[in-house]
Design a binder for this molecule. Sequence first.
Ligand SMILES: [Zn+2]
Length: 205
Amino acid sequence: MEFSSKLLENAVREMSQLPGIGKRTALRLVLHLLRQPSEQTERLVLALHHLRNDVKYCRNCHNISDTELCEICASPKRDESLVCVVEDIRDVMAIENTSQYQGLYHVLGGKISPLDGVGPNNLNISTLIDKVKAGKVREVIFALSSTMEGDTTNFYIYKQIAPYGVATSTIARGIAVGDELEYADEITLGRSILHRIPFENSLKG
Ligand SMILES: [Zn+2]
């Protein structure tokens, strides 16, 4: 792609670093921003700047939060003896949308994926094991997407926490293998949380 302006070229190059954004889409977005009032672009830049600099992660569940303890963990209405293990905030949002779950979450920040260089130590796993060791958790619910990485991660955590006698379950899927949690419709996802099955049963399939 030949550019008549270095400024334009730089903006397009940075924009095209985003996932799913090719050079052509990047150019369209950048030209769109140029046509908008400059305050619009400044608001975008400022929002990203604040996000980058001020973002916090809940000290209990590791979810993205504006406060040290997120709203879910801080709520007296939630059952802290139930912990639902998810990959990231999108899963928390999807499950919260179902209004069927009253426990807390534990956000791993990814899945074990040796090919991508992601091992257990790169994820928020040790804090989950600490919670179970502390004896405050009655049940750990696995809600990772049913991909090979998701299954590997579930099994790794299961092995680590099983000695502590905590109940483990996995959400019953009405969704095809490999489907990401965030794309499941609310009713299906809500049902699958209510009708979760013991984790051991999921290993026999
Ligand atoms: Zn939290």
